[in-house]
Design a protein around this ligand. Structure first.
Ligand SMILES: NC(=O)c1ccc[n+]([C@@H]2O[C@H](COP(=O)([O-])OP(=O)(O)OC[C@H]3O[C@@H](n4cnc5c(N)ncnc54)[C@H](OP(=O)(O)O)[C@@H]3O)[C@@H](O)[C@H]2O)c1
Length: 292
């Protein structure tokens, strides 16, 4: 079976080009561009490296991105005060906080106190609740990236069998809602799912978000299926996904690689949310939508 590689870098480049144009238009019609703040507590090297790559993406599309590094010993109360200050600052359109955070910080509490209109990761309870209602403006970035990959295949999801492996709040659950919104029939699998192999074998679309290297076997893939691998697993000095890639390529119709699949598109989705937040806040302030 010949498969098509869902190249995340290529897709990200196209999406960045579209966003760049949109931001140029925003600058022309509003006189400004989105501004986002990454609140980082401590000096985690992985978080810093991720922030650097996001800064590059922001720069490419024309979003103002600022890294606000708070000391490792920042108290929860101080962090909440800072978030409150950023929530009130009308020159800030979005706020993000990355894990890991030092042990004295309750991440859920901190991330949940970012106002819904500035919650660029779409993980605030209000934004997640809106997803259930099908009304969300701010879609969590990784699930949004998964959907962009699926959309890029041109395959209609109506009536298709989708199996999502993983039910985390940041990936599995939101991606399931997005697939449901597109009229797929969705099965969510997790660590207590019986006969996972049988579930996967009938799936037209498989989204793997488990965090276990090569956990989903190539032999389980239905011929022609769309396989989106969200997993990022370090094996020796290599990064691999949750799907047994080489074997899955022999069965799949479309498949994302790891690395270079979902990851590059996720970073662009954050910028997309920054644009959404900026437009909504501008329209609210001016009591008028931005002219097309
Ligand atoms: N590319 C990106 O942009 C991006 C972004 C976020 C995450 N990731 C990666 O995606 C992966 C998943 O992330 P996450 O945050 O969703 O992970 P998570 O919170 O650890 O969730 C993992 C999920 O996998 C399920 N699971 C574990 N063992 C299983 C088994 N034997 N059979 C079926 N399901 C099983 C768990 O089930 P239970 O709920 O029953 O425990 C859980 O729902 C990780 O590798 C992470 O690094 C990538």
């Amino acid at each position: 079976m010949s498969f098509q590689l869902l190249d995340g870098r290529k897709l990200a480049a196209q999406l960045k080009q579209q966003l760049k144009q949109e931001i140029l238009h925003l600058r022309g019609s509003t006189g400004d561009v989105p501004r986002i703040i990454n609140l980082m507590v401590g000096q985690d090297p992985a978080a810093q490296s991720y922030a650097r790559s996001q800064m590059k993406t922001a720069d490419e599309v024309g979003v103002k991105y600022e890294l606000l590094n708070l000391p490792e010993n920042t108290k929860q109360k101080e962090l909440l005060q800072k978030i409150d200050q950023l929530n009130r600052d009308s020159s800030v359109n979005g706020v993000i906080i990355y894990k890991p955070v030092p042990s004295q910080i309750d991440y859920q509490l901190a991330a949940g106190s970012i106002s819904a209109s500035k919650d660029l990761e779409g993980i605030n309870a209000l934004n997640l609740g809106k997803m259930i209602l099908g009304e969300a403006a701010m879609i969590p970035c990784t699930p949004a990236a998964v959907m962009e990959h699926i959309k890029s295949t041109g395959v209609l999801l109506r009536g298709k069998e989708a199996v999502v492996v993983g039910r985390s709040e940041i990936v599995g659950k939101p991606v399931s809602l997005l697939l449901l919104k597109e009229h797929a029939t969705v099965t969510i699998c997790h660590s207590a799912t019986a006969k996972l192999e049988e579930q996967i074998k009938r799936a037209d679309i498989i989204v793997a978000a488990v965090g276990k290297p090569s956990f989903i076997k190539g032999a389980w893939i239905k011929p022609g299926a769309i396989v989106v691998d969200v997993g990022i697993n370090q094996v020796g000095n290599k990064i691999v996904g949750d799907v047994e890639f080489d074997q899955a390529c022999q069965k799949a119709g479309y498949i994302t690689p790891v690395p270079g699949g979902v990851g590059p598109v996720t970073a662009v989705m954050l910028m997309n949310n920054a644009v959404t937040a900026y437009k909504a806040q501008w329209a609210q302030r001016e009591s008028a939508p931005i002219k097309k």
